[in-house]
Design a protein around this ligand. Sequence first.
Ligand code: NI
Length: 150
Amino acid sequence: MAIRNIIQLGDPTLRKKSFEVTDFGEKTKTLLDDMKDTLIKAQGAGLAAPQVGVLRRVFIVSVDDEYYECINPVITAKSGSQVGEEGCLSVKGKYGTVERPNKVTVKAFDRNGKPFTVKAEGFLARAFCHEYDHLDGIVYVDKATDIQED
Ligand code: NI
């Protein structure tokens, strides 16, 4: 377990498309453990692997008492909309207003390669959408209608 460096907007890695995970081995488990430590230390709601410089389709989300590790995630359904504020650990000191679906269904694999489905709404749905975007090189500032200093 280790804290990894969170790269910041302007680093080209954040703009790349991540690759599917094909090996559910120790390397992926270590990545997830390190991402969890890193997220806790940074006190964020979610973290995607490209934010720690690893171009793999992996993210974690931690909202209230819910914690998810998603590997090769797919958003299979979206409905409704919500407009609210979000920030990103890769865009320090700022937050912005972003429209997101109010409900999403995410299908992914856990660290053991077992598939699972999660239905989320409200802020949890927002967190899933935000982290999912990172896997395609999209940062919330691309979608925000306004950006403010923290
Ligand atoms: Ni982010």
